[in-house]
Design a protein around this ligand. Structure first.
Ligand code: SF4
Length: 224
């Protein structure tokens, strides 16, 4: 990365980390995705029960491989041969995990996390249940405020995820949320597809339990 651009991005990351900490979340910066697994390992103990939210970032950073190493009791939603019923069982067991690891759809410079789910298992576990939550996010997830976070999900995160998941939605075809084309405003405006992936909209702001949520910001673009 160009060093001037890197300086600007790091200033933005610094501001975001300061505000996440004001909101009682522990926040860390690591320079590259190669550094993420070591940081995640530091934040857990061997033998812990660990679950994950659906995320490309976790694959990109080697976290799924780390969890499959045998050092943890991994509730592996990605293992081969699982039925829908098995996966639902893992989602429910995840609420009792020691650690839940996920990415996020956006992080505001004000220190908030913004997440939108179809199933809602991920946002539910971020809000309550697991004793510790680790969020891993590339710097590309940083936005100015909640309005920009909403826009990011409608223009980038949701359309890309519908392609990844093969959902029959307007955004998969057109590349952006239906609400934008129709000029509808509001966080929850969208399509009427049975496969819609935007159903629960969660902003994580000031946390009562200090340090339960830990955020690792990576100085590289990850996920979408
Ligand atoms: S509401 Fe529908 S069209 Fe809009 S981003 Fe979500 S899935 Fe796509």
């Amino acid at each position: 990365m160009d060093s001037n651009l890197k300086t600007i991005i790091e200033k933005r990351i610094e501001k975001t980390i300061k505000n996440l900490e004001k909101n009682n979340m522990q926040a860390y910066y690591v320079e590259s995705k190669a550094d993420v697994a070591d940081k995640v390992r530091e934040l857990m103990s061997e033998g812990q029960t660990v679950a994950v939210g659906g995320s490309m970032t976790l694959f990109e950073c080697g976290i799924i491989d780390l969890l499959r190493s045998g050092s943890y009791r991994f509730l592996d939603r990605y293992q081969d041969g699982l039925s829908r019923e098995d996966i639902e069982k893992i989602y429910r067991e995840s609420f009792f995990a020691d650690t839940y690891i996920s990415s996020t759809n956006a992080i505001t410079e004000n220190g908030e996390l913004y997440n939108v789910d179809g199933n809602s298992n991920r946002v539910a576990a971020i809000c309550y249940g697991p004793k510790s939550v680790i969020i891993v996010a590339g710097y590309n997830k940083i936005v100015k405020d909640i309005d920009e976070a909403i826009d990011r999900v409608k223009r980038t995160a949701a359309p890309a995820n519908t392609v990844r998941l093969g959902c029959q939605t307007y955004c998969r075809e057109k590349g952006e949320c239906m609400s934008l084309a129709q000029g509808e405003t509001g966080m929850a405006a969208g399509c009427g597809s049975p496969q819609r992936i935007c159903c629960s909209y969660v902003v994580s702001g000031y946390q009562r339990v200090k340090g339960r949520i830990k955020v690792i910001i990576v100085g590289e673009e990850l996920g979408y």
